[in-house]
Design a protein around this ligand. Sequence first.
Ligand SMILES: [Zn+2]
Ligand SMILES: [Zn+2]
Length: 104
Amino acid sequence: MVYHRIKREFPNISFDTVNRTLHCLSEKGLIRKVESGYGPRRFDANLRTHYHFRCSNCKKIIDFDCSEYGNIKIPEGIAKRFKVLRQEIILEGICPECLTKNTV
Ligand SMILES: [Zn+2]
Ligand SMILES: [Zn+2]
């Protein structure tokens, strides 16, 4: 998606260049890679703490905030075993748009 958008402005740019640039930005912490589990890799320019909702119908990933999720404690057994740097919450279901369109 990023590639196609950039290509409109710079028709000669290669997919590789775009891909490398995205990786470079994510290494610098300017954007964040989102592991969506399937589909193309997604990069997130939203670096605030937020969570993701994935629509299993249109495959869209929607950002949302939820202070309650921010309060979830890492269970002791897990904290002992791993050094957790970030926890990610991905919910999956049907997005409001698909629900109103009634395509499911
Ligand atoms: Zn949807
Ligand atoms: Zn996001």
